[in-house]
Ligand binder design. Structure first.
Ligand code: ZN
Ligand code: ZN
Ligand code: FE
Length: 763
C-alpha cells in the first residue's frame, strides 16, 4: 500500500467566485484525501494528506480540468510530512496580505440555470435573476474585494432559508455563489411606462406584449440598459433611429437561439463558438438571403450583422416566451456612455423609450456589450468589454506597476501589476463630458480594486487628448514619471505584449489618426520596433487634409486631396461622381487651401486612403458612423477570396506612393469597370504593396518578424490576406487576438512600452 504523505498545493489566477473550492472538495472526497482548502488574496491554498498517487491524480485533475470559468495562471505542489488530518474541509478566507486576486467577468446564464427557469416544477421557474457559481453577474456588481456577497450590490437581499442552505452546502452548485437568489428573497422586476406609472401584471409578459405592438422598451440588463424593439416592421425600427438620433449605423440584434441566427446568417464554426461562449459577445456575422425578409432599416449598408444570444435569465425569458429576434441596442445617445443607473435612465431615456423594464439589483459598474468577429480562424475583438473585462492579460516583461491612459476614441485605460495587465471596459469617446466622468471614475475604481500604486504613467504623444491631460495631472499628483508613447509604437507594443515577443520586429501600424512627432498625422507606418523603442523606416506618402479634422467627417475632402495630388491640378481631374458632387468651385477652394497651406495638415494615414478611395468611387462622402467609408468599400469588394494583380504603386526611399493607383482607379471609373473589380483591386494593392515594403525592410534590416496593429486590421480582407501573404514570403507574423487591434487596445500597448522602459533602466 502507498505511504501517506502530505502536500501543499497552490493555484493562482481566476480561481475564486468560480466554483473552485466545491470542485476541489468533491474531488478530495472522491480520492479519499484529508485536509483543507482556503481562499487567500493570492489564490487558493490547499493542504492535503493522502497517498502519493491520489495526491498526484488530484493535482493533475484540477490543473487539467478546472471549473469552466476558472483560469489557472500559476500552480505549485510541494510534498511535506503528513499533517494527520481526519477529514477534508473548506475553510474561510485567509488573511488579507495586500495582494490581489483577479475578479471574474460577468458570465452568461449556464445550461443548468436555464433548465431551472424554464421548468414549471422548479422553484426558480421564470425567475429572472437565477445564477450559480458557473454563471451570473460579477464585475458589474462587485463594489470592493474580496468577492463576498457583502461587497456586492446583492448585499441588500438577505438570502431566504433555501438559498442560504444552497450557499452553505459544498456539494451544491450554488455553494458560495455570491449573487445567489430566488423569487422569495432576491431582486424583482417592474415595468414602468414613460410617464412613471407602473404596469400591473407580469412584467415579462407585458414587456413581450408592448414589444409586439412595436413599442420601444428600455431593458435593464447586466452592465446597463438596452433599448429593445421588434424588428418586424421597418417603421418601428425607423422610429428608434429617429428617437436615438442614429441615422445609419447598424443595430445589434439578439436572437432566441443559434438556430434563429442560422436562419438569417451564415455562421462559421468559429463564429458559432464565439456566439455561444460564456462571454456571449455581439458577433459580426455575414447575413444570408433570408435576412432580406427583414426590414432594411436594421442595417442599411453592411453585409455584416451584429448579433448575440441571450446572456441573462431575463433575456432568455423574453426571447423564449415572446420574440425570436429583437433589436437590442445600447441605451445611450451616439457617443455618450451607456446608461446604467436607474435615475439616469428615467431622465435620459424618457424621450426614447415607451416603457422601462427595470429591477432593483444595482449595477455598480457600466459594461457595454463586447463585439468580436471571426476572420478565417482568427478572432478579432472589436470592442472588449462585458464578459471579458476585467480578465487579466499577460504582461511578462515586468512586475512593476503602471497606469496607461489610452487614446481618445474607443477609449480604454489599462493598469499593470505583477506581470499582469487589466484592461478597462469600453469607455468610448473621451471628447464627451459624460465619458470623461466615467473615465475618471473608472481609473480610481480599477486602481483600488487591483490595489495598484503606479510607479509610472503612460499616455499618448498627442498633447490635446483628454487622456493625456488626465495622465499629466495623475503623474504630477502621484509624483511618478510620465511617459509619452507614440501612438503607432503603442499599437505595435500591444501586439508584442500579447504574444510576449521580446525581439525587434517590423511593425506595420495601419489606422486612422495618430500624432506624429514630425507634426504630420501618422497612420500608414512601418516601424522597426521592440517594446521600448522604435524607428520609423517607412510610411505612406503624405497628402494634405483640407480643413484638418473636418476631412475625417467629410471624406469627400480626402477624395479631392488624393485626386489633386495625383493630377497636379483641379483642371486635369476627369469628371467623376465625386467631382460632380463637390462642384468645380469647392474643388478649387480645396486646391487653394492646399496651395496656401491653410489648415491643411499632412497625413500618411492608411484610414484616410480608404476614405479617399471610397469617396472617389462615389460610395460615401460623409460617413454617418465611424469608418463607414471603409466598410462600404470592403462591402463592394465582396468576400475577395483571392487577391488580384495590384494597381501600379511606387516605393521610393521608404515612402509608399499611391498616385499611380489613384489615376488607374479614376481610369477604371471613367471606363465603367464594375465596382467589385475596382474595390478588390484596391484592397489587393494595399496588401501587396505593404508586403513589398516589408520585404525591402527585411533586406535592409535582416528582421523577418512582423507585428501588425491598428484599426485597419479589423478589415476582413486586409486581415484575411495580409498575414498569410507575409507568411508565404517567410515572415513570422503576429496580430492581436485578445485585444482589439484598434484604439481600444492601445492603452495596453502604452503600458507594455512603459514597462520595457522601466526595466531597461531608462528611468
Ligand atoms: Zn448557472
Ligand atoms: Zn431565496
Ligand atoms: Fe490608432
Amino acid at each position: 500500500m502507498d505511504r501517506i504523505i502530505g502536500a501543499v498545493i497552490r493555484f493562482q489566477g481566476i480561481v475564486q467566485g468560480v466554483g473552485f473550492r466545491p470542485l476541489v472538495y468533491r474531488r478530495a472526497l472522491s480520492l479519499d484525501l484529508k485536509g483543507n482548502i482556503r481562499n487567500t488574496d493570492r489564490g487558493v491554498f490547499i493542504q492535503v494528506d493522502g497517498t502519493e498517487t491520489s495526491i498526484r491524480q488530484f493535482y493533475e485533475g484540477i490543473l487539467h480540468d478546472p471549473p469552466v470559468l476558472a483560469e489557472i495562471h500559476e500552480s505549485s505542489i510541494d510534498i511535506v510530512r503528513p499533517y494527520g488530518y481526519k477529514e477534508f474541509v473548506i475553510k474561510g478566507s485567509g488573511e488579507d496580505g495586500g495582494g490581489f486576486t483577479p475578479v471574474s467577468p460577468d458570465i452568461a446564464t449556464c445550461d443548468s440555470c436555464l433548465q431551472e427557469i424554464i421548468d414549471p416544477a422548479d422553484r426558480r421557474y421564470r425567475y429572472a435573476f437565477t445564477n450559480c457559481t458557473d454563471c451570473g453577474p460579477r464585475f458589474t456588481i462587485i463594489q470592493t474585494i474580496p468577492y463576498d456577497r457583502e461587497n456586492t450590490t446583492m448585499r441588500v437581499f438577505p438570502m431566504c432559508e433555501q438559498c442560504s442552505a444552497e450557499y452553505g452546502d459544498p456539494l451544491n452548485r450554488r455553494y458560495h455563489a455570491q449573487p445567489n437568489a430566488c423569487g422569495v428573497c432576491g431582486p424583482e422586476l417592474r415595468l414602468l411606462l414613460s410617464d412613471g406609472s407602473e404596469m400591473q401584471g407580469d412584467p415579462i409578459g407585458e414587456t413581450i406584449d408592448l414589444l409586439g405592438q412595436g413599442l420601444i422598451v428600455a431593458v435593464k440588463g447586466l452592465g446597463g440598459y438596452h433599448l429593445a424593439v421588434s424588428p418586424e416592421r421597418g417603421a418601428w425600427v425607423q422610429r428608434l433611429r429617429e428617437r436615438k438620433r442614429r441615422p445609419g449605423k447598424p443595430f445589434a440584434l439578439m436572437a432566441r437561439d443559434l438556430e434563429t441566427v442560422k436562419g438569417y446568417c451564415v455562421v462559421s464554426q468559429l463564429e458559432e463558438e464565439l456566439l455561444t461562449s460564456p462571454a456571449r459577445p455581439i458577433v459580426l456575422v455575414q447575413r444570408s438571403g433570408e435576412f432580406e425578409t427583414l426590414p432594411s432599416e436594421i442595417a442599411p449598408d453592411t453585409d455584416r450583422l451584429g448579433i448575440m444570444l441571450p446572456y441573462t435569465p431575463l433575456h432568455h425569458l423574453i426571447m423564449q416566451e415572446g420574440h425570436r429576434l429583437l433589436i437590442m441596442t445600447s441605451a445611450n445617445f451616439s457617443e455618450e456612455p451607456l446608461v446604467y443607473r436607474d435615475d439616469d435612465a428615467g431622465r435620459n431615456l424618457s424621450n426614447i423609450a415607451d416603457a422601462f423594464l427595470i429591477h432593483n439589483r444595482d449595477i455598480h459598474r457600466p459594461c457595454d456589450d463586447s463585439v468580436v468577429s471571426g476572420v478565417g480562424n482568427r478572432v478579432v475583438p472589436v470592442r472588449r468589454s462585458r464578459g471579458y473585462v476585467p480578465k487579466m492579460i499577460r504582461a511578462e516583461r515586468s512586475k512593476r506597476q503602471v497606469f496607461a491612459a489610452g487614446a481618445s476614441e474607443k477609449n480604454t485605460f489599462c493598469v499593470f501589476k505583477e506581470r499582469k495587465a487589466f484592461l478597462s471596459h469600453h469607455l468610448g469617446d473621451l471628447n464627451n463630458e459624460k465619458s470623461l466622468d466615467a473615465y475618471t471614475h473608472g481609473v480610481t475604481d480599477f486602481l483600488s480594486m487591483f490595489r495598484i500604486k503606479p510607479e509610472a504613467v503612460a499616455c499618448d504623444l498627442h498633447p490635446d487628448y483628454e487622456s493625456t491631460h488626465y495622465a499629466e495631472k495623475a503623474a504630477a499628483e502621484w509624483e511618478v514619471p510620465l511617459l509619452r508613447i507614440q501612438h503607432h509604437h503603442a499599437h505595435i507594443s500591444a501586439v508584442l505584449g500579447e504574444h510576449n515577443v521580446g525581439e525587434r520586429v517590423i511593425g506595420v501600424a495601419y489606422d486612422g489618426t495618430g500624432y506624429g512627432p514630425d507634426e504630420t498625422v501618422w497612420g500608414g507606418e512601418f516601424l522597426l520596433a521592440d517594446a521600448a523603442h522604435y524607428e520609423r523606416v517607412g510610411h505612406y506618402a503624405t497628402v494634405p487634409m483640407p480643413g484638418g479634422e473636418k476631412s475625417i467627417e467629410e471624406i469627400d475632402r480626402m477624395g479631392a486631396s488624393y485626386l489633386l495630388a495625383a493630377y497636379g491640378s483641379s483642371k486635369q481631374i476627369p469628371t467623376l461622381p465625386l467631382t460632380e458632387h463637390l462642384g468645380m468651385r469647392k474643388l478649387q477652394l480645396f486646391e487653394e487651401m492646399i496651395d496656401a497651406g491653410l489648415n491643411t495638415p499632412y497625413t500618411s494615414s492608411c484610414g484616410r486612403l480608404f476614405d479617399a478611395v471610397s469617396a472617389i468611387m462615389g460610395l460615401c462622402y460623409a460617413p454617418a458612423y465611424d469608418a463607414q467609408g471603409a466598410i462600404l468599400l470592403e462591402r463592394e469588394a465582396g468576400g475577395c477570396d483571392e487577391l488580384v494583380e495590384p494597381y501600379p504603386y511606387r516605393i521610393h526611399e521608404g515612402v509608399l506612393h499611391f498616385d499611380d493607383m489613384i489615376r488607374s482607379i479614376v481610369g477604371d471609373m471613367v471606363k465603367g469597370v464594375e465596382h467589385k473589380k475596382i474595390a478588390t483591386r484596391f484592397h489587393s494593392t494595399v496588401i501587396l504593396s505593404s508586403i513589398d515594403m516589408c520585404i525591402r525592410i527585411r533586406e535592409q534590416s535582416g528582421i523577418s518578424t512582423v507585428a501588425l496593429g491598428g484599426g485597419v486590421f479589423q478589415n476582413r480582407i486586409v486581415l484575411g490576406h495580409f498575414p498569410g501573404g507575409l507568411e508565404e514570403k517567410g515572415f513570422q507574423v503576429y496580430v492581436n487576438s485578445l485585444l482589439p487591434p484598434n484604439d481600444g487596445g492601445i492603452s495596453y500597448g502604452q503600458g507594455i512600452t512603459a514597462l520595457a522602459l522601466l526595466e531597461g533602466g531608462a528611468l
